[in-house]
Design a binder for this molecule. Structure first.
Ligand SMILES: Nc1ncnc2c1ncn2[C@@H]1O[C@H](COP(=O)(O)OP(=O)(O)OP(=O)(O)O)[C@@H](O)[C@H]1O
Ligand SMILES: [Mg+2]
Length: 269
């Protein structure tokens, strides 16, 4: 199953499904009417949980909104939700919604909003839910049709299990989007980053860029770690985000340059 399997070919723009960004762009140019903006989409993964995926995804959305496009975030599987005013909320989903500018139902932006803040397969099990790809791919298709740009935040690290035989990497593969990797700078991050690169490549996905995020104020040899990452990660560094006293999408975006990402809107002019 892949996103292409559930998409009906349309006269409108493609939604960034190709693994090869060059081929994908050529395909989109071939089928999109003149002046119809190309679609931007990416899958944001990270070296671990709590390393800045939401912050960087929000920064991406902020930067996209700044370029004047309709940008929507998606956190397809979120574990940890609270009810307010009869509506279930997840912090990541709320932050992504605040950074984007396309209002979509939370049942689309987060098809699996699980109550327990635990590993997704455990949280889902507690609610007798099996996390499957079809509702996520269908929701993505709807969101992509209603926006010019979609940023999808993964869960935890790249190989987080969702259910028997289905994990976060499988979802990324089925979406077929370019991957942005957030490296939370701390001891051990080089190994985590390189394993993630291997897993992304093994699924035939394009690692489109990576971000060095200074999450650990105590980290020693940060420059040397970044040097090793630069030498070994086969993708451009999009920026180094310092440890901020008041982290926000706008503040993080100031340290990032996304213009090398495939189909980045500023590149279309
Ligand atoms: N550069 C930074 N400076 C200061 N705080 C940061 C920075 N990056 C992330 N944080 C903070 O660290 C915490 C974890 O970041 P974030 O929620 O973005 O991680 P995550 O990888 O999305 O986590 P999860 O796996 O739970 O989705 C948040 O409180 C965030 O504001
Ligand atoms: Mg997050």
């Amino acid at each position: 199953m892949s996103l292409n399997d559930i998409l009906v070919p349309a006269s409108g723009p493609s939604v960034g499904l190709e693994h090869d960004p060059v081929a994908g762009e050529q395909l989109q140019q071939a089928i999109a009417p003149p002046n119809w903006p190309l679609h931007f989409a990416c899958f944001v993964t990270g070296t671990d949980t709590e390393i800045g995926k939401t912050l960087i995804s929000s920064a991406l959305l902020h930067a996209l909104v700044q370029t004047g496009v309709r940008a929507c975030g998606m956190k397809p599987v979120a574990a940890g939700a609270v009810q307010r005013g009869g509506v279930w909320h997840n912090d990541d989903a709320d932050l992504l919604a605040a950074a984007g500018n396309v209002a979509m139902l939370s049942s689309l932006t987060t098809p699996y909003m699980l109550q327990e803040a635990a590993a997704p397969h455990i949280a889902a099990d507690l609610e007798d839910i099996i996390i499957e790809s079809v509702p996520i791919l269908a929701a993505y298709t709807e969101i992509a049709a209603a926006s010019d740009a979609v940023v999808i935040e993964g869960v935890g690290g790249f190989r987080v299990p969702f259910s028997d035989g289905f994990d976060s990497a499988d979802l990324a593969q089925q979406l077929g989007l370019p991957v942005v990797m957030v490296v939370g700078l701390r001891l051990g991050c080089i190994n985590h980053a390189l394993l993630t690169c291997e897993a992304v490549k093994a699924r035939g996905l394009v690692l489109a860029g990576w971000v060095a995020n200074e999450i650990d104020p105590e980290m020693r040899f940060a420059d040397e770690n970044i040097e090793a990452l630069l030498l070994n990660i086969p993708a451009p560094l999009l920026g180094r985000v310092p440890r901020m006293a008041q982290p926000s999408a706008a503040a993080a975006a100031q340290h990032l340059n996304f213009s090398s990402l495939p189909n980045w809107p500023a590149n279309r002019i």
